[in-house]
Ligand binder design. Sequence first.
Ligand code: 8X3
Length: 265
Amino acid sequence: MPSTDTAPLSSSAPPPGRTAVVTGASSGIGAATARRLAAEGYHVVLTARRKDRIDALATELTAAGHRATAHPLDVTDRAAVESFAAALERCTVLVNNAGGALGADPVATGDPADWRRMYETNVLGTLHVTQCLLPALEASGDGTVVVVSSTAGHGTYEGGGGYVAAKHAEHVLAETLRLEIVGRPVRVVEVAPGMVKTEEFATTRFRGDAEKAARVYAGVAEPLTADDVADTIAWAVTRPSHVNIDLLVVRPRAQASNTKVHRAR
Ligand code: 8X3
């Protein structure tokens, strides 16, 4: 049974055949969004590199009476994304969630390899999947592209470096796409989360250094959870078709800006 946090928002289930593709669905915001959209009645297609994780989530959702399929995918692999799109029967919603941060070094000393990797996963990954699924989204007659960016796409901070640059690019991708496809039946929604405590985001950023990862959330009473962001995404997606939520910036109450966070001493 869905928890209170994942209770459906829409008064009626989407018509049969509504499919939501979620990238980066193996953990964190992606997994929470897949659970939430499944509860909303979508057939969810879970994609991520880690097959075991998405297989387990698909099994869990199917056992709960939802419709879910797992499809291993590396969004940076253009050919793989093309094959995935060709095999997909339909797509009504695409949630571009795959991505993440690598390092928190100053611009002066940041590793260009980290910058390149972050551009590839966050920006080109979103570009590949969006380009390849756009025909199906349009053919659905009522498509929605969600770009899960970040507050790092709307302001910088010291040590943000390559992540901030990549997230600004993702924001621009969403804004530009919305301009270019106006008049066609596809909405473009950007959700920009601030501090979200998930099991992997900070640990990946600091390459497994649990102490550094813990410092990100130190003293913050209630960082956002993956479910909080999934709730926001589901709300935007389930608005009536003519309502396009361009951008939602979502932070915990304790975070007033990228650099102003209340921490208990
Ligand atoms: C995550 C938010 O503050 O770590 O996208 O850049 S932050």
